[in-house]
Every structure is written in structure tokens, then in C-alpha cells.
Ligand binder design. Structure first.
Ligand code: NAI
Ligand code: MG
Length: 354
């Protein structure tokens, strides 16, 4: 079968790592003896597009994306455009309109990459952050200039939205995911001691849903304590479920603990499959290293492997993971993880190991 993929590289290293992921998937398809193929369409959206047209994406962009089997995304953002304009104009627009309410961000250690965690060498750490991706702190509710009193006295409101349905579906998703893993445990993260409405609704929903999964171990942890636990007791985690903002922060911490933000993969899923899902590295456009062949492509290639899983190409996804591990074990590493290899050299090694 042929899978139709919309590639949206967008900005900075996004273009470099999307090219890397495409090369790996195309090599896989070429070796499949015609069993499957990928039909790519690339869209030129992003900050450069904004500077030329005043829009982050075409007016009918969402309609055009709708017909694809998946979206493969790079990273959006560039210093010449305000970040909230670029993020809301492209990435969050796609996530919200396509109801990609589940964001999964696996973290594991790669052989040959030194983690800032001393334990990493002898404990095979492996966890997944499940992020609520449609409401919470990123619901976009609020406003500016609410005091009406002018400069120096401005009041702004940024409201988090929690619905029982929104909490329940992401929590159930986390439990279902935990059941597929060796360690059947879900850790729920809130700040319900300080945020007494939405976060308490989340905690209560978690307790109610947990009763349906007696075979899965659970814990409820405050986000400040959980950030300490990530560092001090990571081997005690399997699936970590949290609201939009908390999971965003925790997953960056997780990938840094694995060795680099450049290693982390993610999937923005519409689990009902009414809309295309989107696969992207966790990192941003990295303007500090863009255009120099320094970008670590592993986060983007790992995201391509999550896309293969989504297509049902489970064995192929496993092959990509093995090829990544063989490459890091052989010491073919970009500078962010202590090596001297270029993006292209890492990609070539991964394709070799396929
Ligand atoms: P960033 O993730 O772009 O960079 C943070 C640090 O990690 C930098 O030192 C960078 O060099 C390094 N890094 C990131 N990706 C790397 C890779 N593949 N290989 C090696 N090193 C890597 O985050 P930052 O600097 O906060 O944001 C830059 C821009 O990206 C901003 O415009 C921001 O809004 C945007 N952004 C976009 C995201 C997205 O599209 N999903 C996510 C995060 C940020
Ligand atoms: Mg983030």
C-alpha cells in the first residue's frame, strides 16, 4: 500500500531533520520489494512563508492536509516572527483543528550516549510522557488589556480549561498504553494543591478511571515533586500522564536526561482517526545551530518510526529503532551528544544499519 504523507519542515533545523526522516523512510520503502511506499507532498509553510505572505500557512491549508494519511512536521519558529504568532499560526492550529488530543513522547536511553543521570549506564530507563494536547493551560483562553487603565497598569488573563471528558479520554489513553508495556504503571501529574479547580477535577477523574484498570499500578504526584523524581528515581516510571503545560515541561526534561533534546520523538494523535495525526521531534527550530549540519536527526527519525507504528508497519518501526541504536552504539553522534558526526553522517549510518 501507499501512504500519503504531508511533510511540513517549517523553520530552522526543521528542514534538516525532516529531510533526514524522509531519507530513512524512503530507504525502508525501497527495500520493501514494493510491499509499501510513501507518497510525499511538501508544504512550504513557516516563518519565511509568513514574511512573504503574512500567513503562517495557506488559507485552505487545513483542508489540503485533511486528505493525507499523516503529517510529518519539523519545527516552527524563527527570531524574526513572534513565537506566539508562529506557533499558533501553524503547529497549534493543526493540533487543535485535527483534534490531536493525545501527544505521546517516549524517552529512553540510547547505547553509547552518556546521560546526565549517573544511573543511566546500568539501568535501562524507558518511559512515555502522555500529554493532554487539546485543552488545559494551552486552551488559548484569556485576553490582554483587561484593566482598561492603559500603559503601566495592564492586566492579562491566561485561563486553563479542564473538562471531565478531556481529562477522562487522555487518562484512559494512558492506562490503555500502560497495559501494552512491560511495567504496567501510570503516574498522574498535577498541581492540585495550588490549582484547586481544574487540577482537582483531573485528580478525581484519574482516581475514577483507575478503578477500571485494577491490573495497572498508579500514583498521583505533584509536578514539582515529579520533576525531582525524573532526576532521582526515573526507574520507577513507565507512563506519565499530565496536562498540556506540565507534560510539555516534563518531556523536555526527560529528553535532556536521555542526553539531548535532539533525541526526543513525539506523536500528536487523533486516536479516533477522523483526522490525520502529526509526527514531529520534540525540539524546536534551534536557530543557534540551524543550517550547519549539526542537528541531531534522531528525534525526527524516531518520530518517523512512531508514524510507521501508526500505519501498522510495526516491524519496520522496530527496525528503525534498532538501526538508531546500532548507530549510537557505534559512536556515530552529532555534537549535542558529544560526537563529531554531521546530520548526514548519522542518517547514512542509520540507513546502512537498516
Ligand atoms: P529548541 O528546541 O529549538 O533549542 C533548544 C536547545 O536545544 C538549543 O541549544 C538547540 O541548539 C538544541 N537543539 C534543539 N534541537 C536540536 C537538535 N535536533 N540537535 C541538536 N541540538 C538541538 O528550543 P528554543 O531555542 O527554545 O526555541 C527555538 C524556536 O523553536 C522558537 O521559535 C520556539 O518557539 C520554537 N519551538 C518550536 C517547537 C515546535 O515546533 N514543536 C517546539 C519548541 C520550540
Ligand atoms: Mg516543548
Amino acid at each position: 500500500s501507499t501512504f500519503k504523507i504531508a511533510a511540513v519542515p517549517a523553520d530552522g533545523v526543521g528542514t534538516e531533520v525532516v529531510a533526514a526522516g524522509r531519507a530513512v523512510l524512503d530507504a525502508l520503502a525501497a527495500g520493501s520489494g514494493g510491499a509499501f511506499a510513501f507518497d510525499w507532498t511538501e508544504f512550504p509553510w513557516g516563518c519565511g512563508y509568513y514574511e512573504r505572505t503574512g500567513r503562517m500557512m495557506d488559507e485552505d491549508g487545513l483542508e489540503r492536509l485533511r486528505e493525507f494519511d499523516a503529517i510529518y512536521f519539523g519545527a516552527v519558529g524563527w527570531p524574526s516572527v513572534p513565537d506566539h504568532t508562529s506557533l499558533w499560526g501553524l503547529r497549534l492550529k493543526i493540533c487543535q483543528n485535527f483534534d490531536q488530543w493525545a501527544n505521546i513522547r517516549p524517552v529512553h536511553f540510547h547505547p553509547g550516549i552518556t546521560s546526565p543521570l549517573r544511573k543511566a549506564d546500568h539501568i535501562p530507563l524507558d518511559w512515555v510522557v502522555v500529554r493532554e494536547n487539546s485543552e488545559g493551560e494551552y486552551a488559548g483562553l484569556g485576553g490582554r488589556n483587561l484593566s482598561g487603565r492603559g500603559p503601566g497598569n495592564e492586566v492579562a488573563l491566561q485561563t486553563a480549561l479542564f473538562t471531565e471528558r478531556g481529562c477522562e479520554r487522555i487518562i484512559r489513553f494512558a492506562f490503555d498504553l500502560a497495559r501494552t508495556r512491560t511495567r504496567k504503571k501510570v503516574s498522574s501529574v498535577t498541581k492540585s494543591n495550588a490549582q484547586q479547580y481544574g487540577m482537582v477535577l483531573w485528580d478525581e477523574t484519574f482516581a475514577r478511571v483507575a478503578a477500571d484498570y485494577p491490573d495497572v499500578e498508579t500514583e498521583s504526584v505533584l509536578v514539582d515533586a515529579m520533576s525531582a523524581k525524573f532526576v532521582l528515581k526515573p526507574e520507577d516510571l513507565s507512563v506519565v500522564v499530565a496536562s498540556n503545560l506540565n507534560a510539555d515541561i516534563l518531556s523536555d526534561l526527560g529528553s535532556a536526561l536521555a542526553g539531548s533534546l535532539g533525541l526526543a520523538a513525539s506523536a500528536n494523535l487523533n486516536p479516533e482517526r477522523r483526522f490525520p495525526s502529526m509526527f514531529e521531534p520534540v525540539h524546536g527550530s534551534a536557530p543557534d545551530i540551524a543550517g550547519q549540519g549539526l542537528a541531531n536527526p534522531i528525534g525526527a527519525i524516531g518520530s518517523a518510526a512512531l508514524m510507521l507504528d501508526h500505519f501498522g508497519l510495526v516491524d519496520e518501526a522496530a527496525r528503525v529503532h534498532k538501526a538508531i541504536e546500532a548507530t549510537t552504539a557505534a559512536g556515530v553522534l552529532t555534537p549535542d551528544v558529544g560526537g563529531t558526526a554531521t546530520t548526514d553522517e548519522v542518517v547514512a549510518s542509520i540507513i546502512d544499519h537498516l
